[in-house]
Design a protein around this ligand. Structure first.
Ligand SMILES: C[S@@+](CC[C@H](N)C(=O)[O-])C[C@H]1O[C@@H](n2cnc3c(N)ncnc32)[C@H](O)[C@@H]1O
Length: 232
């Protein structure tokens, strides 16, 4: 679902499982059928794009407040204002929050955000004083959103379109990668960062990663995030 609908989808807990709901068109419905072999379609009111806004709630992670432009920022917070647009990363997803939680514990240094989506992690890093901050995503919408969000937050993030499992990666103190576990496993041996914050997978997923030593795992709402240190 993350790959098909990086802009977001709903998870609704039912008594016999979780229902995943995407707001999409006929093309999206077709992609769902191809991916899952089935889907149930229902027409929604024409104002769904505005009603969708009500799902974007601000979150607090330590001193950080991450929220949409239409919410009020508390006066005591370090704010990251995110216009989600068509890119993943409102800040509210447990994996994003877990990454910020781990980032808050790290010594300041250079950062690369691998799979930046809306730019939420890169912008949070820049707001916390990490520098320089680089960000990559293979999706042009994500790169556009990151650029716009970084400018709106008044921070400097160097963003580019790149496939992170193929591109040359920069040498940084910290790499942030909120992506799927298979992508993280492909990526790890190619990284040139001393510390790695990984998320986007489940607490039942393995912690071992080639070229990295596992430092610690934190979990929230059935999602996991790990801090790693380069093995050599
Ligand atoms: C789960 S979102 C994370 C967004 C944001 N960093 C956050 O933590 O909320 C994963 C992002 O990784 C990007 N992505 C996935 N595979 C990629 C690849 N091979 N190269 C570059 N970006 C990739 C997707 O386009 C998506 O924007």
């Amino acid at each position: 679902m993350l790959e098909l609908f990086p802009g977001g989808f709903e998870e609704v807990d039912g008594h016999d499982g979780v229902e995943l709901i995407a707001y999409t068109d006929a093309g999206g419905e077709e992609r769902l059928w191809h991916a899952f072999g089935g889907a149930r379609a229902q027409d929604v009111a024409a104002d769904w794009r505005d009603r969708w806004k009500s799902f974007h709630h601000p979150v607090r992670v330590g001193p950080m407040w991450i929220g949409p432009p239409w919410s009020d920022v508390p006066p005591d917070a370090e704010a990251v204002v995110i216009e989600p647009g068509r890119a993943f990363g409102t800040g509210a997803h447990p994996t994003t929050r877990l990454c910020v939680e781990l980032l808050l514990q790290l010594e300041r240094g250079s950062v690369v955000d691998l799979g930046c989506g809306s730019g939420v992690l890169a912008i949070a890093a820049a707001k916390l004083g990490f520098a320089p901050v680089l960000a990559f995503d293979s999706d042009e919408h994500a790169v556009t959103a990151t650029r716009a969000n970084a400018a709106a937050n008044g921070v400097d993030v160097q963003v580019a379109v790149a496939d992170i499992v193929a591109a040359d990666l920069p040498q940084t103190d910290i790499a942030l990668a909120n992506i799927t576990r298979p992508t993280l496993e492909t990526l790890a041996p190619r990284l040139r960062s001393r510390l790695l914050v990984g998320s986007g997978y489940l607490p039942t997923d393995a912690t071992e990663l080639a070229a990295y030593r596992h430092v610690r795992r934190i979990t929230r709402d059935s999602w996991a995030a790990d801090l790693y240190e380069a093995a050599q």
